[in-house]
Design a protein around this ligand. Structure first.
Ligand SMILES: [Mn+2]
Length: 347
């Protein structure tokens, strides 16, 4: 079974291709603290644009993660959103492409830079209330934004650069947790089969992404696990990143990727949480559900959002108070999901 672009995506893809017609310079951005999907999709889309003669630049609200720099084939077309260079680049651009988010507040300091530009959004998150305007290709049933980038390239007929195929592979590899999560669909495996057919080497990608862990990440994990708590009764487990050790180790947000999978993987756990103080009086919360609790809805109550099974929120308040509040709300969400009032939960 070979891959076919889903019918219901074709119109939006056409819109994207039309919006890009005749463009000379594109600014690519993604959400704060780019993950493998955001970064991989950017490299893929940018490389494709460059191969078509469009000068693509990555301008992210937070630094492009070092661990995904291997995706570039020699030259890095990244500009720091906080520096003067990017303002000039954006001024002289004629289109902006936002990948792996469609919400204004998620692109931080990049937002004012691209405000005046025609914008294309390519994203697989459920659409929020803070939507970025412009042309959009959104499909919440996609495993990763990388899958949607693949759709665009397929309809366009390539070109398939090495950077592009590796970028898309890494996007899907990381957003599916190495093909372990519920978004590891048949469709995503078909896309991946095509990418492997175009030269991606899975073992090499795995080694690059998962096999070069900085030692500090294990040191941080050791500290974080001393703050692991489990409420066996409600099936909620949470881990807290200790601020002092985080600073002492010189850790970066990227070091926390997948840390929440530890509480999530404990027997009987339905929802896992991770807490980290990002600055004084602000706490970042990561939510992961093993189903059926909708953590997107839960995170939205705290001003965040994401997917049904993976979401996040930045909450104002001390670590202790935010943690107490979120844990309690999560306990209640688990309870409400298990016994919806007035209906038969078996239906
Ligand atoms: Mn994603």
């Amino acid at each position: 079974m070979t891959y076919q672009t889903p019918e219901d995506r074709l119109e939006a893809i056409d819109g994207v291709l039309t919006a890009l017609e005749g463009k000379k310079r594109a600014i690519l951005t993604t959400h704060l603290n780019a993950d493998g999907d955001g970064a991989g999709s950017q490299v893929a889309f940018g490389s494709w644009l460059r191969a078509r003669g469009v000068e693509a630049w990555i301008v992210n609200p937070t630094p492009f993660p070092d661990r995904y720099r291997f995706l570039f084939d020699g030259s890095f077309w990244i500009a720091d959103a906080a520096g003067p260079e990017s303002a000039k680049l954006c001024e002289e651009a004629d289109v902006a492409v936002v990948l792996d988010t469609g919400e204004k507040h998620r692109i931080g300091r990049t937002r004012p830079l691209i405000k005046g530009l025609p914008t294309v959004v390519i994203d697989h998150h459920p659409e929020g209330e803070d939507s970025i305007e412009g042309v959009s290709f959104r499909a919440a049933d996609a495993s990763a934004t990388g899958e949607l980038v693949f759709d665009v390239l397929s309809v366009a007929g390539g070109p398939w650069t090495e950077e592009a195929v590796r970028g898309m592979y890494v996007a899907i590899l990381t957003d599916t947790g190495g093909f372990r999560f519920s978004n590891s669909t048949a469709r995503c495996h078909q896309v991946v089969a095509e990418l492997i057919g175009r030269g991606v080497e899975p073992d090499e990608m795995h080694r690059e992404v998962f096999g070069a862990v900085p030692l500090r990440r294990f040191q941080l994990l050791r500290h974080a696990l001393t703050h692991l708590e489990v409420d066996e009764h409600s099936g909620v487990a949470w881990v807290t990143v200790p601020t002092k050790e985080y600073k002492e180790l010189g850790a970066v947000p990227d070091d926390l990727e997948n840390l929440v999978d530890y509480p999530r993987s404990i027997e009987g756990v339905k929802v896992a949480l991770l807490f980290r103080e990002t600055k004084e009086n602000t706490t970042k919360v990561s939510f992961r559900s093993n189903g059926p609790v909708d953590v997107n809805a839960l995170a939205r109550r705290f001003g965040g959002g994401g997917h049904v099974r993976a979401a996040g929120a930045l909450v104002v308040g001390s670590l202790e108070s935010v943690r107490a509040e979120v844990v309690e709300a999560t306990r209640q969400a688990v309870e409400n999901t298990e016994s919806p009032t007035g209906t038969d939960s078996q239906e």
